[in-house]
Design a protein around this ligand. Structure first.
Ligand code: MN3
Length: 206
């Protein structure tokens, strides 16, 4: 079977400083993301070939077709593999600000304004219990963008949603620099959001 591979970061580990420090980025990528990748491949080795040959999008969106005894491992590590692959390019040293164009319009239509969206995303993600992710997603059934909080490494794709922008609020994403101050990490993260990348993902849903 074709193994999933850890993607490279599109910038240096220190590129997002001072908002996200180099040591956190390096450990997050080389240890955490790498472990999800390895464990996804290990879990898939126990699956039939039709499951092994699925791309990650198909695998996550048809998670119920994975044999029950490895479904939990594929859901967790496949989600971890894909969530982080989306996370790195959605940040940039030249990020921040707010999106214009069609994505800006879609956010205003769903949340009232960009400021209202940012407030809802920040406040709801800050209080996710334990480990998880806050997401801006596109919902094909309502043709609208929405906010969703997902526990652990559960991918929005397992609910049929298209992930546009996710924020990892596992402690491993911020604890070295921010300790228990998750809200401070969230505030800083807005300075590195790569809206060009997020707008590109949105345009592919239209
Ligand atoms: Mn993580």
């Amino acid at each position: 079977m074709a193994k999933h591979e850890l993607p490279s970061l599109p910038y240096a580990y220190d590129a997002l400083e001072p908002h996200i420090d180099a040591k956190t980025m390096e450990i997050h990528h080389t240890k955490h993301h790498n472990a999800y990748t390895d464990k996804l491949n290990a879990a898939l080795e126990k699956c039939p070939s039709d499951i092994q040959n699925m791309g990650i999008d198909e695998l996550l969106s048809s998670i119920k077709s994975v044999p029950e005894q490895v479904r939990g491992a594929v859901n967790f590590n496949g989600g971890g593999f894909d969530n982080h692959a989306l996370f790195w390019p959605s940040m940039s040293a030249s990020g921040g600000g707010e999106p214009g164009g069609a994505l800006g319009d879609a956010i205003s239509a769903s949340f009232g304004s960009f400021a209202d969206f940012k407030e809802k995303f920040s406040s709801t993600t800050a209080v996710i219990q334990g480990s998880g992710w806050g997401w801006l997603v596109f919902n094909k059934s309502s043709s609208a963008v929405e906010y969703v909080a997902m526990p652990n490494q559960d991918s929005p794709k397992t609910r049929g949603l298209v992930p546009l922008l996710g924020l990892d609020v596992w402690e491993h994403a911020y604890y070295l620099n921010y300790q228990n101050r998750r809200p401070d990490y969230i505030s800083a993260w807005w300075n590195v959001v790569n809206w060009d990348e997020v707008s590109d993902r949105f345009s592919k849903t239209q």
